[in-house]
Design a protein around this ligand. Sequence first.
Ligand SMILES: Cc1ncc(COP(=O)(O)O)c(C=O)c1O
Length: 358
Amino acid sequence: MPYPMDASLVTSCLVARSGIYHLFRALQLKPGETVLAPDYYSGNEVAAIHAAGATIAYYPIKLNLEPDMDALSRLVARLEPRVIYVIHYLGWPQPMAEIQALCRKSGSILVEDCALSLLSEQNGRRLGSTGDYSVFCLYKTLPVPNGGLLVQNNASLPELRDLKLEPGPSVTATGRTLELAFEALRSRANGAGKALFAVKQTIGRMLRSASVRHVPVGDIGWDLANVNIAMSSFSNYIMRSLDYEQIRQRRRDNFKLLQSKLAGKVRMLREDLEEGVCPLFFPILVQDKRATAIELRQRDIGAVEFWNDPQDNPAIGASARHMRAHVLELPIHQDVTPDQIEYIASQVLHLNPEPARC
Ligand SMILES: Cc1ncc(COP(=O)(O)O)c(C=O)c1O
């Protein structure tokens, strides 16, 4: 299997946020030591870092999804952070050479969050392999029920070596597998997804009435009670049978096809797709994200509102706020066929959503 699955020091948790929590616990930050993290974040990674007892300061992310390097440099000089935390958004890489140089200068630990960027490369190098540590979320890109990986690229922290994780309840695998199948079917726009969703709800009801413990996967939230649950062996089993190069290629082809249909007609968040980038979604900027998402879902297109929450952090800058208000993701994953891309494009063009005002 490719990196990060083949890395020599990997901890496999139920979800990536658990790996982040264990990493920051193991780093044993002292009072006053800071983690510098981007102001555009999901909430799960930040909750995990907080729960591990660390103090976070934020650096601004620009509208092209990259850090404001001048602001970041100034913050690094002022705060001398123990950790610089980098998020690679939706498959697009961050300027790692510059960020790594900053880390060397300040003696900071570099952590790469690749939760949204599995299989992506920058100049032939896998994302997550530059930093001291990296985290990955598997179920966002692969058809697995759960799974988060924490990779140690350089050092081996004894606390992580001694970590004992308990096996996850199998109900998680069942529920999430059906959910994924449902997502895939929904974007096929033939109505079958709705039927499958009903099946899943029925199974969910049966399990709840049988008092089977439910562990959420794919949500935004934090529960310390779940941090010691390992990835299910079912995920491992599926991962051994996947064609990773084909997954990346299909995502790239779908992205380019959708781009060719929508170019000049929607406002795209990123128009570039460098060699090796494995896009997670096709992100567009619309004025009314909620209304557009509802309209598209009514047409069986699994549009995702990207990071509505949390908006109550005063450290979030203007660009990150703008993205939270307006970024909508269109599906381009490996199960979406060229015909479905045509369908998605035709529906978006028909709806003609107002682009986000600058
Ligand atoms: C940037 C980022 N980091 C970390 C996570 C945590 O991933 P998981 O859901 O596997 O805990 C997420 C997911 O929400 C994310 O978007």
